[in-house]
Write a protein that binds this ligand. Structure first.
Ligand code: ADP
Ligand code: MG
Length: 131
C-alpha cells in the first residue's frame, strides 16, 4: 500500500516507479480509500498496540494505492526496498528514507509474510482484478 500522506504529497507515481524499477511485477493495482472500520480490520494484528487508534485514523484519512506485487523472494525483498518502520532508521535508497514523514506516516506498507500477503491481497482484490 502507498499510504495516505505519500499519496497526498504527490509521491504515488515516484513510489510506483521505484517498485517497478526494482523488478516487481504489478499483479493488481487500485486507488481507493479505507473506512475506519476497514482500516481497523486490515491492522487488527496491532489492536493491542498503543498506536492502534492513531494508525486506524491515519490509514482512513485519505486515499491510498493498494497493489499486489510479484517477484522472487518478494516479501523479504520488498521490506528491504521500503526500509525500516522509522524513516530515521531506514537505509539510504529505501522508499521510506526518501518519502516517509515519520514512524507513523511512513509512506508504504509491505506484507510481513507470504500468508499475510495472500490475506491482504484478497482484502483489496477479487480474482478478476489480479493479472
Ligand atoms: P511495518 O509497517 O514496518 O511492518 P509495524 O507492522 O510494526 O511496521 O507497524 C505497522 C504500522 O504502524 C507502521 O508502518 C506505522 O505506520 C505504524 N506504527 C508502528 N509503530 C508506531 C509507533 N510507535 N507510533 C505510531 N505509529 C506506529
Ligand atoms: Mg508490519
Amino acid at each position: 500500500m502507498i499510504k495516505p500522506e505519500a499519496v497526498a504529497a504527490g509521491n504515488m507515481g515516484k513510489i510506483l516507479n521505484m517498485i517497478i524499477d526494482n523488478g516487481y511485477k504489478v499483479i493488481a493495482l487500485k486507488y481507493t480509500r479505507l473506512s475506519r472500520q476497514e482500516a481497523g480490520s486490515f491492522y487488527a494484528v496491532h489492536k493491542e498496540r498503543p498506536f492502534y487508534g492513531e494508525l486506524v485514523d491515519y490509514m482512513a484519512s485519505g486515499p491510498i494505492v493498494a497493489a499486489i506485487l510479484e517477484k522472487d523472494n518478494a516479501v523479504l525483498g520488498f521490506r528491504d526496498l521500503i526500509g525500516a518502520t522509522d524513516p530515521a532508521q531506514a537505509a539510504e535508497g529505501t522508499i521510506r528514507k526518501r518519502f516517509a514523514e515519520s514512524k507513523a506516516k511512513n509512506a508504504v506498507h509491505g506484507s510481513d509474510s507470504d500468508e499475510n500477503a495472500a490475506i491482504e491481497g484478497a482484502f483489496f482484490f477479487s480474482g478478476r482484478e489480479q493479472f
